[in-house]
Design a protein around this ligand. Sequence first.
Ligand code: P6P
Length: 334
Amino acid sequence: MKRVSLTQYLVEEQRQHNTIPAELRLLIEVVARACKTISHSVGKGALGEVLGTAETENIQGEVQKKLDIISNEILLEANEWGGHLAAMASEEMESIHPIPNRYPKGEYMLLFDPLDGSSNIDVNVSIGTIFSVLKAPEGMAQPTEADFMQAGTRQVAAGYAVYGPQTMLVLTTGNGVNCFTLDREMGSWVLTQRDIQIPATTKEFAINMSNQRHWHAPVQRYISELLAGDTGPRGTNFNMRWIASMVADVHRILNRGGIFMYPADTRDTSMPGKLRLMYEANPMAFIVEQAGGAATDGKQRIMDIQPHKLHQRVPVFLGSRDEVAVVTGYHTEG
Ligand code: P6P
């Protein structure tokens, strides 16, 4: 197959769909370059003295890994000077990060989880970077958190990099989902999968089973039916995978179908589930829907949720659309 670079793909998309203005193309290329740098750091492991914890906690109250902080810094420094952003927001930072006054400001806002799956860093399991792009409100002066409170349907781009056996970049700007593989020798992203489509049905589910005793009734019922296999109402056997890196689980689902779930449970009346809406659930929901899948919080489309807080959490059910419809149906049945 003729090698198509990320830049060529973005230029051709702009010609065909007029949905990637030059400033957005610059933003995507800068983020992709930052992901290359993160991939390089991640790949060094112990040799780069980047493993282990940083003895600090983030806003989520999670102990930060050295690579969490390194990845966050890489994304901030790469995106500050280009003139394409008005502000950034990160899982690793309590408040938003306005562009310093010494740099020009642009019309986009970038949100990211710089290194998702941190618990896997020190044991050499795939991790990733997730990002979401919103437009800054017209006439915005000094950006505030309120300017970021836009539903997922307002995203103009979303993507993730997965740092696994290959380093891959998965991207949507609203016209399907495309995948690029990092050519480490050339240092370039090469288009390797066009217009990924998630199979509508699946026999594979992803959930952290250790939380089973805490699940609400609809999830209890749904999972017990999957586990009953061909002896139960589903009449067929299901397989289970749980990598505990959302990026890696979603990448598998994009390629072979499946349903990923991180439900709310009886422990967290105030904190519905573990995953964050703005920089995990929304970008992944955009990608999954663009690949023909579905993404709900159990009752409504994730991308329709009106955010109220930058770091708010949301229950997540996403993947093969027919399977998401089953578990959503159990929630709406009550
Ligand atoms: P658990 C990683 O910390 C993460 O945010 C997601 O990437 C992943 O799907 C989930 O949490 C794993 O959670 O409870 O299984 O460790």
